[in-house]
Design a protein around this ligand. Structure first.
Ligand code: FNR
Length: 382
């Protein structure tokens, strides 16, 4: 309505109204190396494309005469009442998508303006404390890449607790960097320039462990990063991870029901079904295909979901398949690159409006009305 009313006064939106336009215009605004980093995926990017295309196999079945004035979109997550089921997935060094290099802070402010929670990456260009301050009352979760140095891991988690984050998300699928041809083609890691990685390089444990200041030199910094975070965890590490915090603990990248059950048994509080947006490995199943099995095995435990969500209809379908909350990655990175903090707010408000309209017109006035029975397997695939 706001957009149409502005239009009557001759004011048209200066930010894109479709994902395709958002991607195209943001791509033009980024340097080739930054674009490779944000847009790229593993291999020929089949899994990345399939993540998004997988939503096309499902159609929401319209129901009539169930209209209500407004939709009930809030969700409960670990005792928090979130205004909507959306959240911002962790994006390392998203700082570089902002003109001033402080994109993590811009993301936090956009989260604060919309009430959409942010999952803050270990690999932020600003300290997690500064990000928490800009989040204000909007919840943040802290995503841990688990360093080899257990004291450093404990310090990061402790800092997150002290700064007021409401949960710890341990990402499990990134202990090696995937085969990403776009990054390999430009042979450039813009993500390690400038204030890159200040979140962990400012950590007192990290600084104390260094004989000399953090590496400024790019190749050396890359090797240092790979050494610190190239840490293959195993199930045996789970009790230790659990012991680090009394906050809700979630595992990100979990797609197999057996892994969900094992996580539950080890005292994990939630799982995060994701294929890392197809960035880490190619040829695997899509996150959406994994979701029903994960939800069933979670047996009531919260399930966060991301990978390939591009529209309000996608959000509704993921909710119908049992996701507790639905995350976006690249869409908001593009919003940031194109329009800064306002660009992220625009992406989130558009997605929320479309989610709300989809549920309204199709006759599902609350998230509680959504279930797999609301979905039909489409015979036609575009
Ligand atoms: C990511 N992702 C990610 N995940 C994580 O746990 N820690 C991180 O630091 C990052 N970094 C990161 C950088 C960039 C540029 C992208 C695009 C993604 C993965 C992210 O959290 C999420 O799983 C995917 O982005 C979701 O897929 P879509 O929405 O991008 O398709």
């Amino acid at each position: 309505l706001e957009i149409y009313l502005n239009g009557l006064n001759g004011v048209v939106p200066d930010l894109p109204m479709t994902y395709a336009d958002l991607e195209a215009r943001a791509s033009a605004a980024m340097s080739p190396a930054l674009l490779s980093y944000v847009a790229g995926g593993a291999g020929d990017e089949f899994t990345q494309r399939a993540n998004a295309a997988a939503f096309g196999q499902w159609g929401l079945i319209p129901r009539m005469l169930r209209a209500t004035g407004s939709r009930a979109l809030s969700v409960d997550l670990f005792g928090m009442t979130l205004p909507s089921p959306l959240f911002l997935a962790p994006i390392g060094v998203i700082g570089l998508c902002a003109q001033d290099g402080h994109g993590d802070l811009a993301t936090a402010r956009a989260a604060a303006r919309t009430g959409v929670p942010m999952v803050a990456s270990t690999l932020m260009n600003d300290p997690l404390e500064a990000v928490a301050a800009d989040l204000g009352d909007t919840p943040g979760l802290f995503q841990l890449y688990t360093p080899r140095d257990r004291d450093l891991a404990a310090s990061l988690v402790q800092r997150a607790e002290t700064a007021g984050y409401r949960g710890i998300v341990v990402t499990l699928d990134t202990w090696m960097l995937g085969w990403r041809p776009r990054d390999l083609s430009v042979a450039n890691f813009p993500q390690l320039r400038g204030n890159a990685l200040a979140n962990y390089t400012s950590d007192p444990v990290f600084r104390a462990s260094l004989a000399k200041p953090p590496e400024e030199d790019m190749p050396a910094a890359t090797l240092q990063w790979a050494t610190i975070f190239g840490n293959p965890l195993s199930w045996d590490d789970l009790p230790w991870l659990r012991s680090l915090t009394s906050l809700p603990l979630l595992l990100k990248g979990v797609c197999h029901p057996e892994d969900v059950r094992r996580a539950r048994d080890l005292g994990v509080d939630g799982v995060y079904c994701s294929t890392h947006g197809g960035r880490q490995v190619n040829g695997g199943m899509t996150a959406l295909d994994a979701l029903p099995g994960v939800v069933e095995a979670a047996d009531g435990m919260p399930v966060l979901f991301d990978s390939g969500v591009r529209s309000g209809a996608d959000v509704v379908k993921a909710l119908a398949l049992g996701a507790t909350a639905v995350g976006i990655g690249r869409p908001y990175a593009y919003g940031l690159a194109l329009g800064g903090e306002d660009g992220i707010v625009h992406v989130l408000r558009s997605l929320l409006a479309e989610t709300d309209l989809t549920m309204a017109i199709d006759g599902y006035p609350s998230i509680a009305d959504l279930s797999p029975e609301a979905l039909h397997r489409n015979a036609f695939r575009a």
